[in-house]
Design a protein around this ligand. Structure first.
Ligand SMILES: Cc1ncc(COP(=O)(O)O)c(C=O)c1O
Length: 360
């Protein structure tokens, strides 16, 4: 999309139409498997509520937030109850009563969590997804703990429904992922033998879901790819048929002796390592960043004509010569999601759908 906004402050322009197109492409790719839109970390820095609403408008029936508080925020902001919202990073003394009332789903790893949930279950059955650890060791029951976790959830079936069985895989190598898929299938067989009949079995995130049919099961949880953010190995979003959703711009505030100042700095989340490695684009021309300070960065403009008030594009879809987020990630030796999730709330997010700006 064309970003041509008069600007006085750094701005992340979020193209919700591109986000919906990405979701549609991903849904077609993984069909008949369902797709969960993952919106953790403020929708990967893109803005939680507008992004979640766009996912629902695109027909998504599953949303993944990491924590309960974010799930509650989505319900408060009108994400309807027929859209399942999965939370899975559950702290001790979580407010399960409010979460059950809001009809959030829980990714449960321990019997202790089941007991906490059942202790506050009153009018409504809780919806749980039992998690097996298949090698990533973030959370999830071990193979040894698994039968007892399943059995306890089944014993509590008056208070809770086992909606799902799930795990998360590293997507680090084909062979590790294959081993994790085998462990997951074995855990599913154990759960079924014990009498569980989960309706959704889920394991894969962006990369595995995209490339491996055997990683899909009933549901895949997609974050990075839905934002047009690709894996950190030089693969461009466009080669996957995905569009970048965010364009980051900032105004030129001063020009002096062949240098120009742009109003965005490391306090806004711009990595200081961008100096000497990354160029910003003004009117289609690239200029190297020479230093990154707290709230501004300096570019070398030589004898080019750049004026205060001009808009510098840091990254975007690339259609107007600007770098892409993947270019930044490659230049800085990181992954795109690290850059976008570090952008500070001070950077204004502006949301566009079909070229029209939305009110938040
Ligand atoms: C459990 C879980 N599922 C899915 C995702 C989405 O991953 P990706 O952004 O690679 O699609 C994440 C994000 O880290 C996650 O923690």
């Amino acid at each position: 999309m064309v970003v041509d906004l008069p600007q006085t402050a750094p701005t992340a322009t979020i193209d919700l139409s591109a986000y919906r197109r990405n979701l549609a492409r991903l849904a077609a790719r993984v069909a008949p498997c369902a797709l969960m839109a993952v919106v953790k970390a403020d929708a990967y820095g893109h803005g939680l509520v507008p992004v979640a609403r766009a996912a629902v408008a695109a027909g998504v029936e599953w949303i993944g937030t990491i924590d309960v508080e974010t799930g509650l925020e989505l319900r408060r902001n009108g994400i309807p109850r027929d859209v399942a919202v999965l939370t899975w990073q559950l702290a001790p003394n979580e407010d399960y009563a409010a979460a059950i009332e809001a009809e959030l789903d829980f990714g449960v790893s321990t019997i202790g969590q089941l007991e906490e949930i059942v202790a506050v279950c009153a009018s409504r059955r809780a919806r749980v997804h039992l998690k097996i650890d298949t090698g990533l060791h973030r959370n999830g029951a071990s193979v040894e703990e698994w039968p007892a976790l399943v059995a306890r959830a089944l014993a509590l079936s008056r208070s809770m429904e086992i909606v799902g069985v799930w795990t998360h895989i590293a997507e680090a190598s084909e062979s590790e992922d294959s081993a994790a898929i085998d462990r997951f299938s074995a855990a599913l067989a154990v759960a079924e033998e014990l009498g569980a009949s989960p309706t959704v079995r889920h394991l894969g995130a962006s990369a595995a879901a995209f490339t491996r049919a055997d990683a899909r099961f009933d549901l895949v949880r997609i974050g990075a790819f839905s934002y047009g953010i690709s894996p950190g190995d030089g693969v461009s979003p466009s080669s996957l048929g995905l569009e970048p959703v965010m364009t980051l711009t900032a105004p030129v505030t001063a020009v002096n002796l062949g240098m120009a100042t742009i109003a965005i700095g490391y306090g806004d989340g711009i990595p200081s390592a961008a100096a000497g490695r990354v160029r910003v684009v003004i009117d289609g021309r690239p200029y190297m960043i020479v230093s990154v300070q707290l709230d501004r960065l300096t570019i070398d403009i030589g004898d080019a004509t750049v004026r205060p008030g001009d808009t510098a594009a840091l990254f975007g879809a690339g259609a107007h010569g600007e770098l892409t987020l993947q270019d930044w990630a490659d230049a800085l030796g990181t992954i795109g999601e690290e850059i976008v999730t570090r952008l500070s709330p001070r950077i204004r997010r502006r949301f566009f759908s079909e070229g029209v700006e939305l009110n938040r």
